[in-house]
Design a protein. Structure first.
Length: 207
């Protein structure tokens, strides 16, 4: 019964964290959509300018070398690096957990996202949620790999403290109390004011 309650609590925490991420993600998507609209408006203005220049050059004169191509080149140079599909792919994976509760389907979805967008700002979170889903299924070896990836490759990730905590819990469940203690102490030392540190202290108090 205790294990079941703990699993339910962890699932609720996962939902809460994912919902917070979705809110942030929506804001980023809206910002990107605004940038796209600005680009479309800029393109429309460039076409109008081209039309005006062509009208002026009806005499058959050639366009100046630094004229229209430079304007076009300027538009290309200032194009922001947008990837709406990247944000949408991440949200689809999140929705499998939050909205549809298709946890088994969410695992390959996060893996596919990591493969397709290894440099994404959402990749660290994807590794974390992959680890969390695998942990909930009891697939501790694969979960350990996912959490270790966050810890070792994403030192600035907001999920690093939680990943260290999860590694400690996995070590404890696997019977390696010494390793568990090391992980919990790292959480407390590196993230003293975080919720993860509070949970780590609670685990350490159990002896």
């Amino acid at each position: 019964m205790k294990a079941r309650n703990q699993a339910q609590l962890q699932m609720q925490q996962m939902f809460d964290q994912l919902q917070a991420e979705v809110s942030e993600l929506r804001g980023q998507i809206e910002s990107q959509q605004y940038q796209v609209q600005q680009m479309v408006e800029r393109q429309r203005q460039l076409y109008q300018e081209l039309s005006r220049i062509e009208t002026q050059l009806k005499s058959g004169a050639s366009l100046p070398a630094a004229g229209t191509p430079a304007a076009g080149g300027g538009a290309t140079a200032t194009t922001p690096n947008l990837s709406l599909s990247e944000a949408e792919a991440y949200q689809q994976a999140v929705d499998l957990v939050l909205k549809q509760r298709r946890y088994d389907d969410a695992i390959p979805a996060f893996r596919q996202f990591i493969e397709n967008y290894p440099q994404s700002s959402y990749t660290a979170n994807s590794h974390y949620w992959l680890g969390q889903l695998l942990y909930n299924k009891g697939e501790l070896t694969e979960a350990t790999t996912a959490f270790n990836t966050v810890v070792s490759q994403y030192p600035d990730s907001a999920k690093r403290a939680d990943s260290l905590l999860k590694l400690g819990l996995i070590a404890a469940e696997s019977g390696d109390k010494a390793a568990a203690k090391q992980y919990f102490n790292r959480v407390v030392k590196e993230y003293g004011n975080s919720n993860a540190a509070k949970l780590a202290k609670k685990e350490l108090s159990k002896g």
